[in-house]
Ligand binder design. Structure first.
Ligand SMILES: Cc1cc2nc3c(=O)[nH]c(=O)nc-3n(C[C@H](O)[C@H](O)[C@H](O)COP(=O)(O)OP(=O)(O)OC[C@H]3O[C@@H](n4cnc5c(N)ncnc54)[C@H](O)[C@@H]3O)c2cc1C
Length: 427
């Protein structure tokens, strides 16, 4: 007979970034929380993907007490969006919008480790190596079965929160998961371009990628005179989003490097991942064009298959979905974690405001309504970008060019787009 049984207000299934964010947001609330993560030693996980976070996400991470512990953060001061092989481009600048940064580039594993450390002291029961195998819900409670280091256990709670990336959604009655494979992969790596050489930052006495260093400060660094250095300063903090007929390529500023997110077709992914460094850099240069000169250095490469997945609705009896379990998006617009953080934050808010209602249908309806517009707009915006910009239809190509040029000439429209990128659908 199974003697391991636990009872909580809330069980969070999945200790990825979003599940941990929810647990953190509930610290000190008096709500009892069990957080279960399937991976055995999650802190050892190396995840090379970069994360572009909005200003709104920074505010949430500060409130969660995680932001300060992040070792490497690069502010995005400019976003340069262009269309390879066509006219039209637009440039969004933080100064024009009146904010210090349009967003920030971080490393997924740095955020993960900071949260993992914070979670250990936030009063949550946090089990790693704990894989949920089955869940069931009734009117008053949800029940789960899980294997913790191979030992079967079960637990009950007033609310089960799925933060598992969508792996268990099929077990929940009343929720449909929509999946659309883009037949694309994202290849990620750190690369360096010839216009951003090491020696441009020489004399700073610290690693180039230091949290919060402003572009203005880098402009006054020793070694920053002359034509080449001027080009470096022009590029510090600039994110490049370039649309090509095979899909978008993003180069996000990451200290003196760029964090590359290169969308390639599924059929080309393995070949590109297995190229040697020189061939990879040459291929990237050929694909991206000459805007940043040649690429001269590449770090470890990883590949992620890309699909659009989303659940409707995001709640069921005694169940709420957050993060990738609610919506998994193409990384082109860097929206996934930003949205997931807002899911976690707003669900925590509902729980804290009315703890007596945890998991009841009124609370779940409110959570679903609060997330509907933000999630829907993020999904439609991201999916439209992929469809509009990842094809070679001539008509669409000229519409793209006109759209980008028009946006560039309309400051109010630029501010509108930038605010949505920084704070979500409600701006
Ligand atoms: C290449 C790439 C670039 C990206 N760039 C950006 C960006 O710039 N900005 C941005 O906002 N977003 C970005 N994203 C999206 C972002 O990475 C995700 O949205 C975010 O990491 C989702 O976190 P999550 O916790 O919801 O899900 P996941 O990371 O999928 O975590 C789910 C967790 O649940 C655990 N789990 C699964 N099943 C079980 C089970 N049965 N029992 C217990 N635990 C379980 C898993 O082990 C995992 O730890 C990018 C994604 C990719 C692929």
């Amino acid at each position: 007979m199974n003697t391991h049984h636990y009872d909580y207000d809330l069980i969070i299934i999945g200790g990825g970034l979003v599940g941990m964010a929810l647990a953190q947001a509930l610290r000190g609330s008096g709500v009892s929380v069990l957080l279960l993560e399937a991976r055995g030693l999650p802190e050892k996980t190396e995840d090379s993907r970069p994360l572009a976070l909005s200003h709104g996400s920074r505010v949430i991470l500060e409130r969660l007490g995680v932001w300060k512990a992040l070792p490497e953060v690069t502010p995005i001061t400019t976003i340069h969006i262009s269309n390879r092989g066509g006219f039209g481009r637009t440039v969004l600048k933080a100064a024009e919008i009146g904010v210090p940064a349009l967003g920030y580039v971080l490393n997924h594993h740095d955020v993960f480790r900071s949260m993992h450390e914070a979670i250990k002291s936030c009063g949550v029961d946090y089990l790693v190596g704990a894989q949920v195998t089955r869940l069931e819900t009734g009117v008053g409670t949800g029940q789960i079965e899980f294997l913790h280091n191979g030992i079967p256990k079960n637990a009950t709670a007033r609310l089960l929160v799925l933060a598992d990336g969508g792996r268990l959604t099929a077990q929940i009655e009343g929720i449909t998961q929509h999946v659309q494979d883009y037949e694309q992969w994202a290849v990620v790596a750190r690369v360096k371009s010839e216009y951003f050489p090491d020696n441009a930052l020489a004399g700073s006495g610290k690693p180039a990628m230091t949290k919060g260093r402003s572009p203005a400060r880098s402009a006054s660094m020793p070694g920053s005179t002359g034509t080449k250095s001027k080009r470096v300063h022009d590029r510090y903090g600039v994110a490049y989003e370039r649309f090509t007929q095979d899909g978008p390529v993003a180069l996000l500023p990451s200290g003196e490097y760029f964090a590359l997110v290169w969308t390639v077709s599924s059929s080309a992914a393995q070949e590109i991942l297995s190229l040697d460094d020189m061939a990879f850099l040459a291929r990237l240069h050929e694909h991206f064009g000459d805007r940043l000169g040649k690429f001269v250095e590449a770090g470890k490469r990883s590949g992620f298959p890309i699909a659009l997945k989303y659940a409707t609705p995001v709640t069921a009896c005694r169940v709420a979905l957050i993060g990738n379990a609610a919506q998994t998006l193409h990384p082109v617009a860097g929206q996934g974690f930003n949205l997931g953080l807002r899911d976690a934050w707003e669900l925590a808010d509902e729980i804290i405001v009315s703890p007596a209602e945890i998991g009841n249908s009124a609370m779940l309806v409110r959570y679903g309504l609060r997330r509907r517009v933000d999630s829907g707009v993020g999904r439609i915006f991201t999916d439209s970008l992929v469809r509009l910009f990842s094809n070679d239809d001539l008509m669409l190509a000229s519409m793209r060019g006109v759209g980008l040029s028009a946006l560039d000439c309309l400051p109010p429209a630029k501010r509108f787009v930038a605010r949505r990128m920084m704070f979500g659908a409600r701006g």
